[in-house]
Design a protein around this ligand. Structure first.
Ligand code: HGY
Ligand code: MN
Ligand code: MN
Length: 416
């Protein structure tokens, strides 16, 4: 018997199974004690995570497809197969020493929504697809949000496949090695709408004591790799005036970008990865390579910050007698999400009685790429103390369930 009235009071989430799956996936790549888990994109541990997602999709009897960048699509068919799918997604790759929720929560909640349809023996009015996108974090292969960017035609597949990782590996080789170099032509699967449920990863909802964030926009992101070449010399015999100190120059750049952030009050700047050469205690570094992550919700301010950095690098070359080069790794403008879908989310919060507020996403997400090809929006739940990209990332179970209930309610609105 297929119940066609699709009333959310009949559809219920298997809450415990969702929480159990978050914990099971969170154990894959776990490094023990308080080190969290590490599932860098296309690594052996991430393959184990992928295999786990695929097996849970099989349990739900979904139509599973892998595309040539390794995106994993699981689709619940409907009685109107010709309708475009309602899509939910996120990612299961992580940064180093990560929490259990970033990305995984959204993918597993998508599966929980589909499970609610299966448990109630309800066929949606359109297919429902859950996607785990490849390489959202961009830790090993830049840019980040790579799988969703290729899917949204913002990056050529062959360019992505040829990407050289920070470890010297070629992305396509690794995709083949973990057996996720798929053949599915995902350009045929354009979503009707896209929803992504995610932890906020910042402090706003937690400090404002709100249960749900209705994400209306996402800030601009600029990633670059900066290389400084100086001159190695003896730490004990080289007078300061004769130094070509690449390490010093890098430190000055860090202070400079912090000043930009303090001046605008909205720009954020981070040097997250840095390598000194020869990296020994008594040698002035002759080379430093580091990442520079600059973000701002306002495109003009982001452009201004990039311009200021460029000018400062030229000035520093003369001042410190070093050579400085920079290579762009990722550049995404701020994104406005679909207002109709955002108000659907807000309406569901009000109906279910969950406190909520509009919010800007500080983090990058696959939704920002999918918004190029379909109306997209995001639902946030609070991160305790705003902590994320850290094993201490935490959201209470009851909060995770509230987020999944909103996801289910909004999906139902579009699949009746
Ligand atoms: O960098 C980001 O904001 C995302 O986590 N990839
Ligand atoms: Mn994420
Ligand atoms: Mn992340």
């Amino acid at each position: 018997m297929i119940n066609q009235n699709n009333d959310s009071t009949i559809l219920t989430l298997n809450e415990q199974l969702l929480l159990d799956q978050i914990s099971t996936l969170g154990n894959i790549g776990h490094e023990g004690s308080n080190k969290g888990r590490t599932r860098i994109a296309l690594s052996d541990d991430e393959k184990l995570g992928r295999d786990q997602i695929v097996s849970w999709m099989k349990e739900l009897d979904l139509d599973i497809q892998i595309d040539p960048i390794g995106n994993i699509f699981g689709t619940l068919n409907s009685n109107n197969q010709e309708n475009q799918p309602l899509m939910m997604g996120s990612h299961i790759d992580t940064v180093k020493n990560a929490g259990a929720l970033d990305g995984c929560y959204g993918v597993l909640s998508g599966l929980a929504v589909i499970r609610a349809f299966k448990d109630a023996q309800m066929l949606p009015s359109r297919p429902i697809t859950v996607v785990a996108f490849t390489n959202e974090e961009g830790v090993r292969y830049q840019p980040d949000m790579m799988g969703s960017l290729v899917y949204a035609k913002g990056l050529e597949l062959k360019t992505a496949l040829a990407t050289v990782g920070t470890d010297g590996t070629i992305l396509k080789d690794e995709l083949e090695r973990i057996e996720y170099y798929g053949t599915f032509d995902s350009s045929k699967l354009i979503p009707f709408k896209y929803l992504e449920l995610h932890i906020e990863q910042g402090p706003v909802l937690d400090s404002d004591k709100k249960e749900i964030g209705v994400v209306e926009n996402l800030q601009g992101i600029s990633w670059q790799k900066i290389t400084i070449e100086g001159k190695a010399n003896h730490a004990g015999t080289t007078p300061t005036r004769l130094r070509h100190d690449a390490g010093l120059a890098a430190s000055l750049i860090n202070v400079f970008v912090r000043d930009i952030a303090l001046t605008t009050g909205t720009t954020l700047a981070t040097i997250g990865a840095l390598e000194l050469e020869p990296n020994v205690i008594n040698v002035i570094p002759n080379k430093v390579t580091f990442s520079l992550d600059i973000r701002d919700p306002n495109e003009q301010k982001l452009l201004d910050a990039e311009e200021k950095v460029k000018e400062y690098l030229r000035k520093l070359e003369i001042q410190e007698k070093v050579k400085i080069s920079s290579q762009s790794l990722a550049r995404f403008k701020p994104v406005q999400f679909d207002e109709k879908l955002a108000s659907d989310i807000q309406e569901s919060c009000d109906k279910l009685g969950f406190s909520n507020q509009r919010i800007t996403s500080g983090a990058g997400h696959d939704a920002q790429m999918i918004s190029r090809i379909a109306p997209s929006a995001m639902i946030f739940v609070p991160s305790r103390d705003g902590i994320s990209h850290n094993p201490k990332e935490y959201t209470p179970d009851e909060q995770l369930i509230k987020g999944a209930k909103i996801l289910l309610d909004v999906v139902l609105k579009h699949t009746k």
